[in-house]
Design a protein. Structure first.
Length: 241
């Protein structure tokens, strides 16, 4: 178990990869768990990376909490990074994150406030939490005004953050490490245009956009592109010596 924020315990699988290897925290999306990210584990490990596949709080076998949120996913990722940095098999100066959906948004939030992070691979991040919530409210036939607007405000009060302050389309401008934005062109949950929106908001040329065939949760299609993910990570974090 990995010690998390506020005394919570995070379940995770640690897969070492030789002495002083670069390492990745791998974080699932909303309602998922570490097991859902396992299809990426074998090729990433073969590429020379130690891995920590985590269950976020309120997910999988990690400790429950009063609620889950993107900022709490980010806290859990940071706990994983801190834990990895303390492992003798890991080079604490070569750490990165792979996140999916909410986990991807959380990875970008961490990168925006954690100098020295080596790289981020974002899988199917949404551009702004309000866009996601509005789509969900529409799917439930809940009008934006006044009910939807009240719900959006209420959620922000509960999680303790303004959506504008944690939205990937905003946080990306504060990220200094290399980022690879990967998004399925057939994603019906988070349209690929949102990846383009995040990419357009980036500062400098360290953020790359990779659009691939596939949907929001289709790891098969992402798996067929794993070579490009590994090449990006090897270029930014380096191979095992």
């Amino acid at each position: 178990m990995v010690p998390g924020a506020n005394g919570k315990q995070l379940f995770g699988w640690f897969i070492p990869a030789g002495e002083r290897a670069p390492a990745l925290v791998v974080m699932h999306g909303w309602g998922g768990n570490a097991e859902m990210m396992l299809p990426l584990a074998a090729p990433l490990h073969a590429g020379g990376f130690a891995l920590l596949l985590l269950d976020a709080r309120c997910h999988g076998r990690s400790t429950d909490d009063s609620f889950a949120s993107l900022p709490r996913f980010a806290e859990d990722i940071e706990a994983g990074l801190d834990w990895l940095a303390g492992q003798p098999e890991v080079d604490g100066g070569r750490l990165g994150i792979i996140g999916h959906s909410v986990g991807a948004g959380a990875a970008l939030l961490v990168a925006a406030r954690r100098p020295g992070l080596g790289a981020v691979v974002s899988l199917a991040a949404f551009a702004h939490p309000a866009l996601m919530m509005r789509r969900w409210l529409t799917s439930k036939n809940i009008p934006h005004w006044p009910v939807g607007a009240y719900i959006l405000g209420y959620v922000q009060r509960v999680i303790g953050y303004r959506f504008d302050d944690i939205a990937p389309c905003r946080t990306i401008a504060r990220v200094s490490c290399p980022v690879l934005l990967v998004h399925g062109q057939d994603d019906a949950t988070v349209p690929a245009d949102e990846a383009r929106q995040i990419h357009a908001a980036a500062v400098g040329d360290a953020v790359e956009l990779l659009l691939i065939p596939g949907s929001h949760d289709d790891y098969g299609d992402i798996g067929r592109q794993i070579g490009r993910l590994i090449a990006f990570l090897q270029r930014t974090l380096g191979r095992v010596q």
